[in-house]
Design a binder for this molecule. Structure first.
Ligand code: ES4
Ligand code: ZN
Length: 319
């Protein structure tokens, strides 16, 4: 059992955390036929591109601020019941815009859900605004501008998710300049679908304190040394990497080699029901299939909290 571990995660996409049963209820509520993306309680997709399509269809089931409050509270309450004290939620204002809700109500609903979950369970959470790379540089810059001018105290970071094979990081560097200038924490998806070069590009052009995934840095020893020197934290999502076939199985996943090389790493659930996982399961896999000792697992939780985009008082209370 891994319920005894204190847990924290800093990489989970809000729409990607929607339990299939909740998605089915939302589809019914809005009269949508879910059969193109949902079957027998599982989300349908077979490769990364299809996953992104399925993800957008699930996102389109959440249409009001109350829908998002419910989704966020549901996700956080489940985390809290698995002994999780902190979560950073990746949110995309574009999803709010695309459904006609608008970014302000989208963020307000998610913030409301965080407040409800905190009140009921004590779990702490923050919001990372993300641009979706496959929507193109202009949308990603707009997301950064939105995050930069937000006065929502829960918005503490900026990310870029989506199709890593689209364009180069340089095309999106301006978005990160805007977010950095506004004092937001920076993280970027890299080294998941693409190889080590995408992690190197991220370090050169974005200078983030963390990288989403980053695991394929293992393909370049000099790059691993650079991550160690910089103290960059990798938000590792093993279940996601196996589901997307980045590695054939957990035994061949590079988490252990990265950690033993001195790279700072932590465990995350990414899009848990899409990837047949949960944060609890990630801890279980680390403990039972990857052979990490309890002290190593606790060190990864600590790393997540050290890398969290929170004020020092909150961090001190959590650590
Ligand atoms: C994502 Cl696993 C992953 N990678 C990139 N973008 C994403 N959006 C949601 N999940
Ligand atoms: Zn992700």
């Amino acid at each position: 059992m891994t319920g005894h571990f204190l847990k924290a995660e800093i990489h989970c996409h809000i729409e990607g955390a929607a339990p299939p049963a909740l998605a089915a209820r939302q589809a019914e509520k809005y009269g949508i036929d879910p059969s193109t993306f949902l079957k027998d309680g599982s989300y349908l997709w077979s490769d990364f591109s299809e996953f992104l399509v399925s993800y957008d269809r699930v996102a389109a089931l959440f249409r009001t601020d109350e829908d998002y409050a419910l989704l966020t509270e549901t996700y956080l309450a489940e985390l809290a019941s698995a002994n999780t004290i902190y979560s950073e939620i990746i949110v995309s204002p574009d999803h709010g815009d695309r459904i006609g809700l608008g970014a302000d109500f989208y963020l307000a609903g998610i913030s409301e859900g965080i407040g409800r979950a905190r009140e009921k369970t004590g779990i702490e959470a923050r919001i990372i605004v993300t641009g979706e790379r496959h929507f193109g540089p202009e949308r990603v810059i707009a997301a950064a501008e939105y995050a930069a001018r937000s006065d929502n105290p829960l918005v503490t970071g900026f990310n870029m998710a989506g199709e890593e094979r689209m364009g180069r990081v340089a095309d999106y560097a301006r978005a990160f300049d805007i977010a950095r200038e506004a004092g937001l924490g920076l993280t970027i998806h890299a080294g998941e679908v693409c190889g080590a070069f995408s992690v190197a590009d991220a370090l050169d052009l974005v200078r983030p304190s963390r990288i989403g995934h980053g695991v394929r840095a293992i393909e370049d020893a000099d790059l691993v040394a650079r991550l160690v020197d910089l103290g960059t934290v990798l938000e590792v999502c093993p279940g996601s990497n196996i589901a997307l076939k980045v590695y054939p199985d957990f035994e061949q996943h590079p988490l252990r080699r990265l950690k033993e090389s001195g790279v700072r790493v932590c465990l995350n659930s990414d899009d848990p029901p899409f990837f047949h996982t949960s944060l609890e399961r990630e801890y279980e896999i680390a403990s039972h299939q990857m052979g990490f000792h309890d002290a190593e697992i606790n060190a990864m939780t600590r790393t997540a909290l050290e890398a969290a985009f929170v004020d020092d008082d909150t961090r001190t209370r959590l650590l």
